[in-house]
Design a protein around this ligand. Structure first.
Ligand SMILES: O=C(CO)COP(=O)(O)O
Length: 130
């Protein structure tokens, strides 16, 4: 089963909710892992079933990084806030690094997320709506 992670910093959560809603029909067919607050909002506001890890500042990025190390994720959409310092920056860097190590596709902007999700869906023989 295809499994992707969805993560967004606070300023990017509206963008993530819009992205999840736009692709709700495909996303409902795959496994979704999230950090805590991102997942709560996707579940409550989009209606998708998600596997919620801890909130980012409490270790959620590290939990998802651990899944990357285990080969358990096909892609990550991580809509980062590039303009705000985060207290858990080392955890964020660790997640980005481990994606590089294992060549797991990682999208950090909406446009990149569209490309990555289209690529993941193509592996499932699904063409996303424009
Ligand atoms: O901080 C985050 C990623 O670094 C996201 O965490 P939340 O989804 O809990 O807000």
């Amino acid at each position: 089963m295809t499994r992707i992670a969805l993560i967004a910093h606070d300023d990017e959560k509206p963008e993530m909710l819009d992205f999840a809603a736009a692709h709700e029909s495909y996303l409902s067919t795959i496994d979704i892992v999230t950090t805590g607050t991102t997942g709560e909002r996707i579940r409550d506001e989009v209606g998708l079933d998600v596997d919620r890890k801890a909130s980012g500042p409490m270790g959620g990025d590290l939990q998802i990084g651990g899944m990357v190390a285990e080969g358990a994720l096909d892609a990550i959409v991580f809509l980062r806030d590039p303009l705000t310092a985060q207290p858990h920056e080392p955890d964020i860097s660790a997640l980005l690094r481990i994606c590089d190590v294992h060549d797991v596709p990682l999208a950090t902007t909406r446009t990149a997320a569209e490309y990555v999700l289209a690529g993941v869906a193509a592996e499932d023989d699904v063409t996303l709506d424009a």
